[in-house]
Write a protein that binds this ligand. Sequence first.
Ligand SMILES: Nc1ncnc2c1ncn2[C@@H]1O[C@H](COP(=O)(O)OP(=O)(O)OP(=O)(O)O)[C@@H](O)[C@H]1O
Length: 246
Amino acid sequence: MLKLQKVSLDLGPNTIVSGVDLQVAPGESVCLVGPSGCGKTSLLRLASGVLEATSGQVNNHFTTTAAVFQESRLLPWRSLLDNIALGLKARGVPRRDRLMQAKELADQVGLTNYHQHFPHELSGGMQQRVALARALAVGADFLLLDEPFSALDVGLRSEAQDLVERLVVDQGIATLMVTHDLTEALRLAHRIIVVSGSPGTVVFEHPVTTPYRERSHAWLYEEAGQLLRQPVVSESFLFHPDSEVA
Ligand SMILES: Nc1ncnc2c1ncn2[C@@H]1O[C@H](COP(=O)(O)OP(=O)(O)OP(=O)(O)O)[C@@H](O)[C@H]1O
């Protein structure tokens, strides 16, 4: 369980987030959405322990937390398998064992035929899957995902979302994911949290109760439309239906 209670963060003279309460339960998938600069990434960094709250409490009771970012941050001079196995190396796992585990993970994320490829030989979507496999290699039970698919085109993004869905549904891995895309959040989340303002505060929460298998494209767009009808949501997406020119 991750629990943020009344968390505020000052960086230099600026208050970045203020009075944020946020929880992620074991196996739960939570998406943070909101306008640029409202403090979503800062909340992930607070959750990971990279940043310390100025006030309030951050308690992360997950055993192993791993993060995947917008850019895959792979080591360009290492093969796909070595990149996946990086965290295992740091933990002193012998080379044979870590390569075996890396192979299994590469297969799990659909990269069976690319074991010896280097990052520059992989597409952006493949690189993000390697980054996910690397997070899984260390046995993460909690994944922090910071817009991991925003640079991908529609097809690759959909494949990557499938993978995260499987991690959540089949393996019960908890996730806290930042995305600018409301349909992505609706597809992957058990709960959506809208952060807005400066400093950022939680302005809206939306539980997504529809089972994953029933979240069709039509449903996603209808549901996103419904959500955007709530002024607090549309305002945080800087979308003002009433002011649109006919
Ligand atoms: N190290 C820092 N020092 C001072 N201000 C910072 C620092 N890092 C971030 N900020 C400021 O904190 C605010 C929130 O940044 P953050 O990256 O958390 O927002 P975000 O919601 O994730 O934005 P985006 O959606 O554009 O990625 C921004 O105004 C940013 O300029």
